[in-house]
Ligand binder design. Structure first.
Ligand code: DC
Length: 222
């Protein structure tokens, strides 16, 4: 069993890199952002202000989240409904960021994340995986890149999905969300003390994947 934690700001390529590493190593990729997005989706559906901590905490009792993996792809079900791409919009990114700052939401998702890691070899990406969720992970990586580069990747990703967005808006939204995620009181985006800092601004996707696998192999051979 191996546990790899990848944290970092938006657009650093955490999810695409983690997915590729998981496929190459034959382990499970856990996208924890999808869980916060799912809660954001429910909060919106219920017409609750995501900044209203009490109201958000009170609605958690109505949420049942199930995760399943089909051919390596993670599916998150909210009360039986497959979230699919519905949680992949810029609006859901902001909802996810807002609800993720609420301690009750983080507590609600803690066991779900730890349970998956207890039962499988995983590469898990998020903001607090190395610091809070899997403090004993075999490999901890804090993946980052320049602001311009991260916004460009996020923009290309959204355009490829057919969404009509302006680069400036993507950059501003990304910066606002990263700031929000890193200054919050509970589990802010942070590198664990024992994390390896990987800046992939000048690295290709393949180089980044190889670097993560090399770190995993090194940890396994210890
Ligand atoms: O990784 P993502 O963009 O799908 O994450 C959406 C939001 O969820 C992000 O703005 C912050 C929050 N999040 C978090 O607080 N902790 C995690 N482990 C993963 C995501």
């Amino acid at each position: 069993m191996i546990k790899i934690a990848i944290d970092g700001p938006g657009g650093a390529g955490k999810s695409t890199v983690a997915r590729a590493v998981a496929a190459k190593m034959g382990i499970v990729y856990v996208d924890t952002g999808a869980l916060y997005r799912t809660i954001g989706y429910y909060v919106k559906q219920q017409n609750i202000d995501p900044a209203d901590r009490e109201a958000v905490a009170a609605c958690l009792g109505g949420i049942n989240i199930q995760i399943s993996y089909v051919e390596g792809k993670q599916h998150v079900f909210l009360n039986g409904e497959d979230m699919g791409d519905k949680i992949r919009t810029p609006e859901m990114s902001m909802y996810a960021s807002a609800v993720s700052a609420i301690p009750a939401v983080r507590a609600f998702l803690l066991d779900t994340q730890r349970d998956i890691a207890a039962r499988n070899s995983v590469i898990m990406d998020g903001r607090d995986i190395g610091t809070v969720i899997l403090p004993d992970a075999d490999v901890k990586i804090f993946l980052t890149a320049s602001e311009e580069c991260r916004a460009r990747r996020r923009y290309d990703e959204l355009v490829a999905k057919g969404q009509k967005v302006a680069f400036e808006d993507v950059l501003n939204e990304m910066n606002q969300r990263d700031k929000q995620d890193s200054i919050r009181e509970v589990a802010p985006t942070a590198a664990a003390d024992d994390a390896v800092l990987l800046d992939n601004t000048d690295m290709t996707f393949e180089q980044t994947v190889d670097a993560v696998i090399a770190l995993a192999e090194k940890a396994q051979n210890k």
